[in-house]
Structures are given as C-alpha cells and as structure tokens.
Design a protein around this ligand. Structure first.
Ligand code: PHE
Length: 333
C-alpha cells in the first residue's frame, strides 16, 4: 500500500508548478488532518509487531515525500527566478521614450547639493574609490590586523585578492587625500560604503557616508571641528546654525585622538525629525575626532600637524529629516 500511495503522490507532485498548489498538496499529506496523520490513527488497533512495521514504513514514506516536496519547491523557485530574469531583460540600446519622466534619486540629490555647497566654500569634494586595499581602509587608519572590524564577517573582500575589499568607510579618502594632496586639506568625501549586514529596516549592506577632513600646520581645535559639524548639519537639515544644539561624548575611533560621538537635540514633527535647540531629546548623529598622529605618519606627514575629521551616514540623516522609517525604501526606489 505504501508504494502505491507514494507513486500516486509523486505523479501528482509532478503536475504541480506553483508554490500555492505545492503548499496545499503538502498540507493534504503532512498537515494536521492530512493523510499521514489519519493513517497514524490506525496504529492504536495494531499488535506490537504490526505497529513496528507500520511505524517504520510510514516514517520512510513521510521522509521520502518531504524530500520530494522540498526538491519541488527549489525547482519552482528556480524557474520563477529564471522567468523574472528573462522578462526583466532590458535593451539598453533602445532610445529613451521620454527623457523627462522620473526624478533624481533623493540620495543623488543630496550628494549633488552637498557637493555644490562645499565646492563653493573652497573644499575639495571627492567620491573616492569603492574598491580599495586594506592599507587605505584599515592599516593607514590605525586599525591593526587584529581589530574586529577587519574580520571577514564585516568586510566584503574581493575573491582571489586577499588585500582588496569594498571600502567599509569613506575614511579611506582621508588617506588618499593626505598622500596625494598634502597639507593643508579641507575636503569632503562622500559615497557608497559596504558592510556585510543583512538588509533590514535600519541596515543595508551598501549605504552612503559623508565625511569631512581638515588638516593644517596651524592650530585647529575641537571647537573648529564642532563648528564645522554644526554647519554641515544646518545645511543638511535646512536650518540655522543657531538652532543646532550639540554635545560631544567621548568615544573611540582608532584613527582619532580624542574621538567623540556627536549628539544633537531634536524634536519630532509628524514623524519627521527637526534639529532644534528647543528639542527635549538627544540623538547620536555623527562620529568625529582629532586626527590620530599615527594616521599622519602612515601618510608620511609630520605628526605635529593639526586636523579633525567627522563622518555620518547619509541615509540615516535623510530618513530622519523626511520621516522615512525603512532604509529599504531608499535602495528599492
Ligand atoms: N568612519 C567612521 C565610521 O564609519 C566615522 C568617523 C569618521 C568617525 C571620521 C570619526 C571621524 O564609523
């Protein structure tokens, strides 16, 4: 009886080609009131020997059909993806029907606004390389080989090139600038960074950072840094510098000494965050600090220079400002 039953199921399974039908089929056999459970009820009327034999058979039957169902599921999914890929084929050589349709992505809009603004203020604005070496992403930023951030679990390395990676932070551009431009430097680096996080409501394996670096042989202090952060936030959040209440909390970044975390006062207006002196709560907004002397020496510069750097996640700022509560919206649209 088991062989007949199994063959019958397998031939039904062969005809199934949607996940919905597969789920119905599965519950008709393996569900609470499915065939297998009904068969199991017979066991109470059997002798011990019969029970043994029956139990063995039914378990085998169950395992075989479970395996067959899961193979079928994989096959349906693979066909589904194959079809989507076929349908989604885009002929990039076709002429544009109406080039006025559509808008610039909000992230690109911010990037070009920030670029314009800082270029006018005399800063060098660079996007830098997304693929870089561990020297620029880690060593030169005073992140030694044993640092947890260097582990593969956080960083995407390029197959076959053990010292090449997708940058995890725009701070790589600090090193390029110090080596290529020399001192003094007033720069903004902006662009994509990559970390092997799963995509969820607040994380994305790719996001954008914006970072500022100022280096000079004349004294630069934390007060200069604070004022520059205030200016950037006022620009991004479209408000006056006087409206931004900021506090610095001691923190640690290998490439800064001292390092701080920057909090701002805010209030909520219809889910949107407004940075405001009148706010009653603080929110962490950026990482910052004075450039660590080891970073200067890695860039072959004198260690008695003065410099500060700060960096923040662009998506997060945009989400706060516009009341967007799921980062995936920004990568899917
Ligand atoms: N690169 C740091 C990060 O990704 C941010 C940062 C930049 C902190 C510059 C301090 C100075 O978290």
């Amino acid at each position: 009886m088991t062989m007949d039953l199994l063959n019958n199921w397998l031939s039904q399974l062969e005809k199934i080609n949607t996940i919905n039908d597969l789920n119905n089929f599965k519950s008709s056999i393996l569900g609470k009131s499915g065939i297998i459970n009904n068969e199991m009820k017979k066991i109470s009327t059997m002798s011990d020997d019969e029970k043994k034999e029956f139990g063995k058979n039914i378990n085998q039957l169950k395992q075989t059909i479970e395996q067959a169902i899961s193979n079928k599921r994989a096959q349906i999914n693979a066909t589904y993806i194959e079809n989507i890929l076929k349908q989604d084929k885009i002929d990039v050589t076709l002429p544009c029907v109406n080039s006025s349709i559509g808008n610039r992505h909000i992230i690109s809009t911010y990037i070009s606004r920030i670029k314009d603004h800082y270029t006018k203020r005399g800063f060098t604005v660079i996007e830098g390389n997304e693929v870089d070496t561990d020297f620029f992403n880690f060593d030169a930023l005073n992140i030694p080989a044993h640092h947890p951030a260097r582990q593969e679990s956080d960083t995407f390395y390029i197959d076959g090139y053990p010292d090449t990676l997708l940058r995890t932070q725009t701070s790589t551009a600090q090193i390029h600038a110090m080596l290529d431009i020399g001192v003094p430097i007033r720069m903004i680096s902006m662009g994509k960074v990559y970390r092997s996080d799963n995509l969820d409501i607040t994380h994305s394996p790719m996001f954008h950072q914006i970072e500022c670096l100022v280096v000079d042989s004349n004294p630069i202090s934390i007060r200069n840094m604070k004022s520059e952060i205030q200016k950037m936030l006022a620009f991004i959040f479209d408000t006056n510098i006087q409206n931004i209440a900021m506090r610095l909390r001691p923190s640690y970044f290998p490439f800064t000494e001292p390092g701080v975390e920057v909090d701002c006062k805010y209030k909520k207006l219809d889910d949107k965050i407004v940075l405001s002196r009148e706010g009653d709560k603080w929110m962490e907004i950026a990482g910052a600090g004075m450039v660590h002397p080891n970073v200067f020496s890695a860039c072959k510069l004198p260690t008695n220079l003065f410099g500060f750097a700060f960096g923040m996640g662009l998506e997060r700022l945009i989400m706060l400002k516009h009341g967007i509560n799921d980062i995936r919206i920004l990568c899917e649209h």
